[in-house]
Write a protein that binds this ligand. Sequence first.
Ligand code: NBG
Length: 896
Amino acid sequence: MDQKATYRTSVRRSTVQVGGSPSNMYRPEYQVEQFGLQASPRDTSKIWELMDSYQGSDKLALQQSIVHHVEYTLARTRFDFSKFHSYQALSHSVRDRLIEAFNDTNLHFHQMDAKRIYYLSLEFLIGRCLQNALINLDLEEDYREALLDLGYKLEELYDEEVDPALGNGGLGRLAACFLDSLATLNYPSFGYGIRYTYGIFKQLIKDGYQVESPDFWLNNGNPWEIERLDVQYQIRFYGFVKKVWDHGVERSVWEGGETIMARAYDTPIPGYNTQNTIALRLWKSHPASEFDFSSFNTGDYFKALEQRQKAEYITSVLYPNDSTDAGKELRLKQQYLLVSASMQDIVRRFKRRKVLDWNAFPSKVAVQLNDTHPALAIVELLRILIDIEQLDNMSAWQIVTKSFNYTNHTVLPEALEKWGVPLIEKLLPRHLEIIYLINFLFLEKVQQKYPNNWGKLNSLSIVEEEGTKKVRMANLSIVGSKFVNGVAKIHTELLKTTIFKEFFEMHPNKFQNKTNGVTPRRWVRCANPALAALYDRVLGSDKWVQDMELLKQLESNVSDPQFVRDFQMIKMENKERFVHWIRKTCQVDLNIDSLFDIQVKRIHEYKRQLMNILYVIYRYLMIKESTPEERKRIVPRSVCFGGKAAPGYINAKRVIKLINSVADVINNDHQIGDLLKVVFMPNYNVSNAQIIIPAAELSQHISTAGTEASGTSNMKFIMNGCLILGTLDGANVEIDEAVGRENIFIFGTQIEDVDNMKEKMRNTDPHEYFPQELLKVFTEIDNGRFGHNEELKWIVDSIRYKNDNYLVGQDFKDYIKSQQQVDDLYRQPNEWAKKSIYNAIRSYKFSSDRTIQEYADEIWQLKPIKVPEPAAQKNERVKGIALSKSQQEMAEKIKN
Ligand code: NBG
């Protein structure tokens, strides 16, 4: 597939040695007693000797290891060894090498008594693991060669892997990018999430409509996870709270109800060019006891099994982000299962320290809440500290509020989580008591600061009193956290001035901005190997993969015609790969010389895919009306859409139908030919994105100002040398600053004018409000040009009659103007290429390494700890671990 991968010479191998043959690369050794590890009563010297070196990475060793797994893990014979089996064997072989680094890392962090950051998220969209692992371990070339001899092409095996799609969109993918950066920057860290049996639904398109089908991603097994039978925690639901007196103190005991078990599954996440490999620990629900024995004994086996299945339901499906989340008991159970298992795990790890000093907890533990979904972790830690560890309320509260931090990812009111008090009371009765306690303590402070200001008390309170009482998860998260952050500058400002204004006024120092980022390992090095090879060659090393700022050095190359040609060639190759993929998946032939114009993201009204497709219609009508002479000047375009709509989100689903209806008409209109093509790419996911993004020349990020918190695909597109057509919203604002206004197409209403424009929309006659260009498009839809379909009319009507809440009508003219500028520039290929290059080399700020560095310095107060590299000599570390000077100092401190 990625033909140009052979450009790459293994630059890294010559400077850093990772891997090696068994005879010369040794593992670090530790003196067991040094940090309080219990020495085994048995003589373990033989075990130590047998485990003292790494598996080899020379060609023969890799081949032997693959073949070993064919026979001993898969039990296949050499006659019965297909591409899929080859993928499986290869993955197990890579997994072995990952596990070595993973074990070294866990042991080392433990020895160093490291402070760790725990990233709690209901979603982790990690994408495929194989290629990423090979690249981060610097073993891609070696395996490629090893496999060729066995008759397999590495790139073909990549396609055998199923995407673990345990996330909806940007929020889950961000969490995955963060893990990659945490590992690469050597930060001691853990990701905690849920191992859903079914990931986000698979999207099929039938007759132009979205059809959802279940994604049973585990069907073919999952070589990348390690089941931890020894890491399980009991989780309770329902029941009641009993008060008991214990030495004059009233204590709460939560009893009864149902209990289930959460079991850990670890996926090792390797850093790039480092031995550090961290864990993504996902929880799966299991029954607490195998069977309901009374039913079993009476022979009612199905009833006996029922209990078991009920427990397993809890982690069975990922919720597809409907705005109607509220009231879903199962979702709340998922949230609680994640936080309870994770907090128990964190507390257990903390208690393994030599001396138990609860006040030291915040200096060893930082928890980051990825949105409010895991916010109950705050309450759960309090429960553990107060009810189980028997700390007093105030000490426990101090510890909690120094350990937690919260990231907000949206200002859309419908997406702010609230849970009904009756539901929490039923499912988690003790937690409700604790929430009331927190609220009481907090509102006392509010009262002190703003005496008798009922308005303030009302809006700051964790509990919403109107109607059915509800717990506001955002308020809980803010009150329980040390720092709160938004995900782009403009978004953080909005938090401070709108939805969290009152909190900001009370605690201005609590609020920070951490602009999102994406990992250049997956989004450039894996997805665009040819561009990576060009960087390696021109910069003389692959250091840029870890230090994106080095791309600054390429500024002067933009005036080198050869460099520009190289870049253009790479884009062309990526376009070819994409054309091939589109032909296969959508049965549409794209004109390779047309402008590849792409919008991929969840389908949502605020993201305005509707505006894009309405413009496509406008463009189509224009082409139809043009003279043969005019046609010659028209820039051919391929407009490609991708993204899933939440199953219950009717308007979003209508947009998909509209896009497909328009595509049908345009793609089959012989008068149009190659001048315009429209494609809806089904089932947009991480591995599709790795083909789509490097091929894009223009990408659209056109949300109404003030609605998109950040966006992260915008960052991936520019990293791959693509121009943005966008509004001043989310991270676009910072992208505009970074690449320069001359290298981006910006249009539309700006945030400060949005309210006025909405007002204007409401007070203006639709015929005056909507520009002629758009009215013409409406008429065509009304007349059935794209099918006599009620739904298409509905979608137009929904904005036409004074409900244009996302300002499509307001921004349409300006959008057309920008589209013209796009065409003008595309007629000058050299200029287009140069501007694309500027986007790529000025994208360094949007590396998630920068983001994670800021979190570590400004929120977590976290220091990197590097795991010792494989050593060439066995004796080097036998007398204790080889520690750097600062590590030695730290070790001394810990001992004292
Ligand atoms: C999303 C925002 C995006 C942002 C990602 C990651 C949620 C709730 N929010 O704009 O819509 O890029 O989070 O921060 O999914």
